[in-house]
Design a protein. Structure first.
Length: 296
């Protein structure tokens, strides 16, 4: 089996539950088990939705270890290990490999605004730091303020451990362009729920999803339909999920999804500063979407 070929379908960008100032490991374990039972195809701890920027290094590593233990091999665990400091990203990626993760999701360095050459050097250092451990590039210009070009990605796709991309550009043409440049074996995962249907039609293999936190079974069913080529059923499910896709981004994520998780009774809704609770007006929008989908 090709390195990283198991990364497909509905992969949840998992929230990190908090109890007061501490990570709620019991709630985190329960969430992982719920996802496995609901049919989620994979789990990403410590991504953007998991509030990785406000986790200490010790907390980050402990969250990854807790998720791996809770999943117990049932689904792939792709640990978020990115940083805008290459040495820090290398250390977190090596930890994920040693802890037994299935792979790592590595965001393009934010704030620094590296050139394409800098992006190449960053990911080359990560590729050299591991052995036979699949790495997924996370390209999200709206957060990182840098956009990895198709040409840079195609060069990195030749590295032994770099197997795919989480593409959050919302540019559906990229899927076809990247497949042509990187090869059909290069794993392409959507990073945006609202355009995931088009992404899959263009040749994607799955979605690293925010909405799957709240509606894991529906998101898994949607991805199963896409992977089976049943796009009429996928469209029906996409239409059903669309109110949630919209509502969960009514404010900066993970504010709305954390509120939604509290409303459906899966974990507390608290976040760490500088993230704050969503407004009362936007809470009503999330409530309406949850009601429309039948989750409350």
């Amino acid at each position: 089996m090709a390195l990283g070929s198991e990364f497909r379908g509905s992969i949840v960008a998992l929230v990190t539950p908090f109890a007061g100032d501490q990570v709620d490991e019991d709630a985190l374990t329960d969430l992982v088990r719920w996802h496995v039972e609901a049919g989620t195809h994979g789990i990403v701890p410590c991504g953007t939705t998991g509030e990785s920027p406000t986790l200490s290094h010790d907390e980050h590593m402990r969250v990854v270890e807790t998720v791996i233990a809770a999943a117990n091999g049932a689904v792939p665990i792709i640990a978020g290990t990115g940083s805008n400091a290459t040495a820090e990203a290398v250390a977190l990626t090596r930890h994920a490999e040693a802890a037994g993760a299935s792979g790592a999701l590595i965001v393009t360095p934010y704030y620094n605004k590296p050139t394409q050459g800098g992006l190449m050097a960053h990911f080359d250092a990560l590729d050299a730091a591991v052995s036979n451990f699949p790495l997924i590039i996370y390209n999200i210009p709206g957060r990182s303020v840098v956009d990895m070009s198709v040409e840079t990605m195609a060069e990195l796709a030749t590295r032994p451990n770099i197997v795919g991309v989480k593409d959050a550009t919302a540019n559906l043409a990229r899927v076809s362009q990247q497949r042509a440049a990187c090869g059909e074996g290069f794993v392409q995962l959507s990073g945006e729920d609202a355009t995931a249907l088009g992404f899959m039609v263009h040749g994607g293999q799955g979605c690293i999803s925010v909405t799957a936190n709240v509606a894991p079974a529906l998101c898994a069913a949607f991805q199963n339909a896409c992977l089976a080529g049943n796009y009429s059923e996928a469209l029906r499910l996409h239409d059903q999920l669309m109110p949630l896709h919209d509502a969960l981004f009514v404010e900066t994520s993970p504010g709305p999804v954390k509120y939604a998780m509290q409303r459906i009774g899966r974990c507390g809704g608290s976040m760490r500063l500088p993230m704050v609770d969503i407004s009362a007006e936007n809470a009503k929008i999330v409530d309406a979407a949850l009601e429309r989908v039948g989750l409350i």
